[in-house]
Design a protein around this ligand. Structure first.
Ligand code: HMN
Length: 289
């Protein structure tokens, strides 16, 4: 489990139902064109927290059916309903997902003992590995080095998806737990994270920019920092444009411009307005030719 993993975007029809054919096309585009090493399924980018448990299962199924053994698959199963999280963990494991991931429980101010119990409970009946999904900006959950260490005591917890701009903590984690997997989560910070020795990255913009992300990792590994900086600058021009035009809507509209039926976001996310649609076309043609 290493390299560039796409946080897979989802496809919904105009009414908000999962568009199976569109989702299959997104998977294919990621494997065939973006050429990523793996897919992170039902993450934030997949609009996971707006799906029912049955829909989450359906997404796991469709993606596995389409991707087969072509790339590595990670199933994000985190949910505030612990029974749901456990059920999804078992379901994705049975489908053949090579790893699970679970967002830190959010909304209520859970204390660390409760967070630890959440991970250990999800894993108690399941034979799979788990990456902690840490994204403090969205969850409000900040864990320190010692707390990560306590979670890592469970041998099934093999790593972390680290979506935070805290390079001090990232370096301390890398140093303290060389055997654990660390995936960085901010695509615009891939270069500095990779210099610190991450195992890979998981991100939304890799749906359309996966090849360049892989080239950044390659340049860093071969010690060519000038090349890595050039590629990160090019990626950040793209990411700046995507963020300025609406993240998920723009990724979907760019994919549509490439012939992929990426559909719409689910309510309460908005449909893109005309300006966003033409902005995305321009992004597609300017940065992703
Ligand atoms: C997921 O769960 O979908 C992701 O892995 C999220 C991922 O870390 C993204 N973070 C957020 O959207 C908050 C990044 O890829 C992010 O979209 C990108 O770096 C642009 O800021």
């Amino acid at each position: 489990m290493k390299g560039v993993f796409t946080a897979l975007i989802n496809s919904f029809d105009e009414k908000g139902n999962i568009n199976e054919q569109g989702l299959r096309e997104i998977v294919r585009y990621n494997i065939d064109v973006s050429q990523v090493d793996g897919l992170y399924v039902n993450g934030s980018t997949g609009e996971n927290f707006m799906l029912s448990p049955e829909e989450k299962k359906k997404v796991f199924e469709i993606v596995k059916d389409e991707a087969g053994e072509e790339v590595e698959l990670i199933a994000q199963v985190g949910a505030l309903n612990i029974f749901e999280a456990k059920e999804l963990a078992a379901y994705a494991t049975d489908l053949g997902y090579g790893a699970l991931s679970a967002v830190t429980p959010f909304y209520y101010k859970f204390d660390f003992e409760e967070i630890k119990d959440y991970y250990n409970s999800i894993l108690e009946d399941v034979d799979n590995q788990m990456l902690i999904y840490s994204i403090p900006a969205l969850t409000g959950v900040n864990m320190d080095l010692k707390q990560f260490g306590e979670l890592f005591e469970n041998e099934k917890i093999t790593g972390v998806k680290f979506t935070a701009p805290d390079f001090f903590l990232l370096e301390r984690l890398r140093h303290a737990y060389p055997e654990k997997l660390i995936f960085s989560g901010f695509d615009e910070m891939l270069l500095p994270a990779s210099v610190l020795g991450i195992d890979g990255a998981i991100g939304s913009t890799f749906n359309v920019n996966g090849r360049k992300a892989k080239d950044i990792l390659k340049a860093v590994h071969s010690g060519d920092l000038n090349e890595a900086r050039k590629l990160q600058k090019e990626s950040n021009d793209l990411i700046t444009a995507i963020l300025g035009n609406g993240l998920y809507q723009t990724i979907k509209e760019v994919l549509k411009d490439k012939g992929v039926d990426a559909g719409y976001c689910r309510q309460p996310m908005k449909k893109p307005n005309d300006e966003q649609v033409s902005g995305a076309k321009e992004i597609s043609r300017t940065f992703l030719n």
